[in-house]
Design a binder for this molecule. Structure first.
Ligand code: ADQ
Length: 489
């Protein structure tokens, strides 16, 4: 069966992201154990039956020897994964350096690194060179596996240079690029020394996607102000060539969460949690321990709430689950100790011999434990200082169809645009406002909770990750067909 647009039935989709959805650990010279991570992107693409996805990315491990590279490639092939081998120096300069030390904070409005400002130029240049080199290495692997008719979908800030490298190999390759973080105001992007080169590299793609219209608008205005290109309602035009720019808000695989609540082990865990926290309202935060997530601000707001509301002191508990990331970076170590210090102070101040107001865990929870926690929660607190979308807010809503808990959500998370009408929106920097929102959430009448939850639940179950992926890929196919038609005219 041919599709109406003439595409073969199961189009191949090459998904290129910095990390493969598999982590490889070496067991011996030629033996590996592979750990699959069922993240959002993986389940999004598994659910899409229309195309056949292959993954291209770094396996998160340094494999300097040929035997190791060969055997790992073979094992990964069974999982439809194709590795890009990056050596330690490239990883250090490209991944830890340019991606995580420069682009990540800048795109979240935290600015460029302040320390060793005088040395920045040199380290900046070598990191940017490594970034381009790494992107070229990804392009080499994509090109090697590319077959005519394939769609290539590049992901995130790690691979902004990739569309350009791919088009240099083959101008007919269908290339889409999607950014999972915010794209900041053009005034922020202007401060980046490699601002123009990066924008031009992204513009080589046929389709460029963001979570929200605001991010897409920021990108188009950066192209106008920095490159002097014309922004149109469709995207950015450069000498007659149009790069389509649009918003594609991501979702979650909501059924996976809803169904998990029926699993006996989850039900059992829910029962235990209810017993453990009987008589207390449960508030929940689930974040990677990252400065953008606003964890210290959240805990300080909770402290203010307890300070002002003695009645609630022994009737509410905040569970903060924070997965450590980038633990070798000094700023992240500093953040960890800062959070520990605040939690310790508040527990010392408001705790009793038998109970403390904050349970803080520095670790990841498995999927079923997370679902159980989401479902017993009365109030979820998402206070990101900036966040591309924030899937935790979606996951919480998906698990709340019996409880109808309240979501307090930062107005600086992309999710505020979709769940804004159901959540209580807050400015996470304003601790007084967040403390008041906690009070409002804990005291909210059932009728209002029901109304807000209904709005959010409908959104989360009707805008799934599968629809997101399908929408992006079909837009990419259409964009290329339209461009070909324009050329023929
Ligand atoms: P992240 O910054 O990682 O993603 P988020 O969207 O909230 O943020 O997704 C985090 C994922 O990790 C969720 O699926 C959550 O369940 C899981 N997780 C977080 N803490 C956990 C814990 N302690 N234990 C177990 N699991 C945990 C980036 C962008 C976001 C954007 C996504 C998707 O920064 O803004 O929404 O990509 O595009």
């Amino acid at each position: 069966r041919e599709r109406s647009d003439g595409m073969p039935n199961r189009q191949r989709l090459l998904v290129v992201a910095n990390r493969l959805p598999v982590s490889a650990v070496r067991r011996g010279e030629d033996s590996w154990s592979l750990d699959i991570s069922a993240g959002g992107l993986v389940s999004a693409l598994l659910g899409v039956k229309e195309f056949e996805a292959r993954w291209i990315g770094w396996a998160g491990v340094n494999v300097p020897d040929e035997i190791g590279q060969k055997t790992l490639t073979k094992e990964l092939a069974e999982k439809r994964c194709i590795p890009v081998f990056l050596d330690e120096e490239v990883v250090h300069q490209y991944y830890n350096g340019y991606c995580n030390n420069i682009l990540w904070p800048l795109f979240h409005y935290l600015g460029l690194p302040q320390e060793d400002r005088l040395a920045t130029t040199r380290s900046f240049q070598s990191q940017f060179a490594a970034y381009k080199k790494a992107n070229q290495m990804f392009a080499d692997v994509v090109n090697e596996h590319y077959e005519e008719g394939d769609v290539v979908w590049c992901h995130d800030y790690h691979l902004m240079f990739l569309p350009k490298c791919l088009k240099e190999y083959n101008s007919k390759m269908k290339v889409g690029w999607f950014l999972h973080t915010p794209f900041p105001s053009s005034e922020i992007h202007r401060t980046l020394p490699s601002r123009s080169e990066l924008l031009r590299a992204v513009l080589a793609a046929d389709l460029v996607g963001f979570h929200t219209y605001d991010y897409a608008r920021h990108f188009v205005s950066a192209c106008t102000r920095i490159l002097g290109l014309e922004g149109t309602p469709e995207g950015v035009e450069d000498q007659g060539k149009l790069t389509r720019v649009a918003a594609f808000p991501i979702g979650i695989d909501s059924d996976r969460f809803i169904q998990a609540l029926e699993v006996p082990q989850v039900r059992e865990h829910v029962k235990e949690l209810k017993e453990r926290f009987a008589g207390r309202k449960v508030m929940l935060g689930v974040d990677r321990l990252d400065m953008i997530k606003g964890i210290p601000q959240k805990i300080l707001a909770f402290e203010k709430f307890l300070e002002e509301n003695p009645y609630w002191r022994d009737k509410v508990v905040l569970l903060q689950i924070a997965v450590p990331t980038r633990t070798d970076v000094p700023e992240y170590q500093k953040l960890t100790s800062q959070v520990h210090e605040i939690v310790g102070r508040i527990n010392g101040r408001f705790g009793t011999l038998t109970a403390v107001p904050i349970h803080h865990l520095d670790r990841s929870l498995d999927f079923h434990a997370l679902c159980a926690l989401y479902s017993v929660t009365d109030v979820a607190l998402v206070t990101s200082l900036r966040d591309g979308m924030n899937l935790v807010s979606y996951e919480f809503v998906a698990c709340q169809d019996s409880k109808r808990g309240v979501l307090i959500l930062s107005e600086f998370a992309g999710a505020a645009q979709s769940l804004g009408a159901g959540a209580i929106l807050v400015n996470p920097w304003n601790i007084t406002e967040v403390a008041a929102a906690i009070g409002q959430a804990l005291n909210m009448p059932a009728e209002e909770r029901e109304k807000r939850h209904r709005h959010n639940f409908d959104h989360v179950t009707n805008h799934t990750s599968q629809q997101w992926a399908e929408f992006f890929v079909s837009e990419l196919n259409d964009t290329v067909i339209e461009a070909q038609q324009r050329i023929r005219q």
